[in-house]
Design a protein around this ligand. Structure first.
Ligand SMILES: Nc1nc2c(ncn2[C@@H]2O[C@H](COP(=O)(O)OP(=O)(O)OP(=O)(O)O)[C@@H](O)[C@H]2O)c(=O)[nH]1
Ligand SMILES: [Mg+2]
Length: 332
């Protein structure tokens, strides 16, 4: 993951860009050999100042965004779900178009002022430049707003290291995924007694021996068709698809999460069939409550910590097993 996240500057609105450039230009004053010459040179300085400052800023914005072609699949799909890749591309293309157009106006009016033979012509050309320049910058206002929203969304996307062994915690909403993530890793996700508390992917780590594991907390998934999934759920699906070396599927047999075990089992089945090549560990959480656990799966309480240490050991063993199998597949 590159460090562009910290590099995308705050994106100004059209009005802010214009106000800043015009304010700077209003202070321009260039001496000349005669009063007319000074007026000309001052107006040229204004036009160039406004043009240069704005064009540089616009191009800086465009360059600051990551090029999706260069990013890994997980990241580029995540950006698509959270922001919309096509919309982002369109917004950046409009901003580039505007920068070119602004630069063209700058050159054109600079020449007009240079060639002017009276103060009136200089004043008229400068006024015209201000008008046309404002109008094209205003045309990209919605693109700038979109870019600003995209910037904010990009900033909170998780940094994942594709090299690290990764445990993805999945399950129905409100079953305790975040509570478990917090208990076993450095992540500090929000935990709350309502569904869809977690709205994006959260990444934490834990170290065991010489190994660092990545733990990914995902938004809750409902048992429904992929096409019906919303942007929040799709992030969980992407984590399963691209990141998981192992999936910890969590049940809440107390059903205090608000969903029946039947529906939770149905979700497990559909996830299993979609990700059949990834090892699963099924656990039943909230064992500290009055609870209809099946007795066939490890029982834990993410709240009290009961059974969690054993679960972590089981995860590590299963990851080790998977690594051995992959090594066996290598040519000897
Ligand atoms: N009694 C009990 N409550 C728990 C346990 N684990 C989690 N909870 C509670 O269950 C609720 C949901 O916990 P979260 O960790 O936010 O659940 P989640 O699965 O991350 O939920 P979403 O992010 O909404 O999908 C919270 O009120 C937790 O305090 C547990 O082991 N026992
Ligand atoms: Mg959560």
């Amino acid at each position: 993951m590159t460090d562009w996240k910290r590099k995308i500057p705050t994106i100004m609105t059209s009005q802010e860009l214009l106000d800043r450039a015009f304010a700077r230009a209003s202070k321009a004053e260039v001496p000349g050999s005669a009063p007319f010459d000074a007026v000309k040179k001052t107006n040229i300085a204004k036009i160039n100042g406004i043009g240069d400052m704005t064009v540089t800023t616009l191009l800086k914005y465009v360059r600051a965004f990551p090029r999706m072609e260069r990013e890994d699949e997980f990241f580029s799909e995540l950006v698509d779900v959270v922001i919309g890749q096509d919309e982002l591309k369109k917004a950046l293309a409009s901003i580039t178009w505007c920068a070119e157009k602004a630069s063209h106006l700058q050159r054109m009016y600079m020449h007009k002022v240079k060639k002017a033979d009276s103060i009136d012509v200089v004043a008229k050309a400068t006024r015209e430049f201000y008008g046309r320049f404002s109008s094209i910058i205003k045309q990209i206002d919605k693109d700038l707003l979109f870019a600003q929203k995209a910037r904010d969304a990009l900033k909170v996307l998780p940094s994942v290291d594709p090299e690290k062994p990764t445990i993805v915690i999945a399950g129905y909403p409100n079953v305790g995924k975040s509570q478990l993530t917090e208990r076993i890793s450095s992540a500090r996700p929000v935990i709350a007694s309502y569904p869809f508390t977690t709205k994006g992917i959260q990444v934490g780590h834990f170290i065991s021996g010489w190994r660092t594991y990545q733990v990914v907390d995902t938004p809750g998934l409902l048992d429904r068709e992929l096409e019906e999934r919303n942007a929040i759920e799709l992030q969980a699906i992407l984590a399963l698809k691209y990141l998981a070396d192992i999936i910890v599927f969590m049940f809440d047999p107390s059903e205090t999460c608000g969903y029946t075990m039947e529906r939770q089992e149905a979700l497990l089945e559909s996830i299993r069939s979609n990700f059949s090549d990834i090892p699963f560990i099924e656990v039943e959480n909230k064992a500290d409550l009055e609870w209809g656990g099946t007795g066939t799966r490890p029982r834990i309480s993410a709240s009290t910590g009961e059974g969690v240490e054993e679960l972590v050991k089981m995860i590590e063993a299963k990851l080790r097993e998977g690594r051995m199998e992959r090594m066996d597949e290598l040519p000897h």
